[in-house]
Design a protein around this ligand. Structure first.
Ligand SMILES: [Zn+2]
Length: 262
């Protein structure tokens, strides 16, 4: 399966938080399970290199214009090595998929499923009430997540922008795999809806990070000074995303209703 990196509608847009977008992905069977390996091209790479780390998918860095088959052969030859590394980097999840609950700001919220109702989801009385049968009910949970994310991200951005002395012109919510947030030169912010699953301080940091780009459109020392002054504890959030970001990416909203993985 080849997944192109997300394309953006503004060429001038800063590739804010992830500089090296993957050129694709490979699925590889390792110890009886399917592992997704990101493939990233590097002009500087002279040979292929496979890396594994906590909180992210295994990645193979390949020299420019390496053929598909060469990548597959390389991964096949390194299957054992990958299996050993993954066994070490597998850790308990902090946001496990759970039937009967959704995650909101790092906390579980119980779900009440009413299959006979209309396909919609809304918070009510400490529960997420979800109407509709599968698969419409799962889609309704995702729509609710996106609405909730839009609202929480918007509220945070509106609160923080004046404190930082900046203005943003638009805010949108998407589902991109290569970055948590981005900021365009004309102040348009974009975020992954999945941030709403994470603890509040994580979402908060990503919003502040992107707002700081309105002032400093780069990752210069001045930029990080600005982040540091606004959020002295920002490393905790960045560390959380490194460690657990893959859980956000893997999360399937329909799992709250007990829908098995495809
Ligand atoms: Zn950035």
């Amino acid at each position: 399966m080849v997944t192109k990196a997300t394309s953006w509608d503004d060429d001038a847009e800063l590739r804010a938080c992830v500089n090296n977008a993957p050129v694709g992905e490979r699925e590889l069977e390792v110890d009886g399970r399917v592992v997704v390996v990101r493939v990233r091209e590097s002009r500087r790479a002279r040979r292929m290199r496979l890396t594994v780390g906590p909180g992210r998918a295994p990645e193979v860095v390949v020299p420019a214009r390496t053929g598909r088959r060469a990548v597959d052969e390389f991964l096949g030859a390194n299957r054992r090595w990958l299996a050993d590394k993954l066994a070490v980097s597998d850790r308990p999840r902090v946001l496990p998929e759970r039937c009967g609950a959704v995650w909101l700001a790092g906390q579980p919220v119980p779900v009440r499923h009413e299959p006979a109702g209309r396909a919609r989801a809304a918070l009510s009385d400490g529960h997420l009430v979800v109407g509709g049968a599968h698969p419409d009910a799962g889609a309704a949970v995702e729509r609710w997540y996106r609405r909730e994310a839009r609202e929480r991200l918007g509220r945070t951005a509106e609160l923080e922008a004046p404190r930082l002395g900046v203005r943003f012109t638009a805010l949108s919510v998407r589902d991109q795999r290569t970055r948590w947030g981005s900021c365009s030169r004309n102040g348009r912010l974009s975020f992954s809806w999945r941030l709403v699953l994470a603890p509040r301080f994580v979402l908060d940091y990503v919003v502040v990070h992107e707002l700081c780009h309105v002032r400093e459109f780069n990752h210069s020392r001045a930029f990080w000074r600005l982040v540091e002054s606004a959020r002295p504890e920002w490393r905790d959030a960045a560390g959380w995303l490194r460690e657990h970001g893959h859980e956000l990416h893997d999360y399937r909203p329909e799992s709250a209703l007990g829908t098995p993985a495809p």
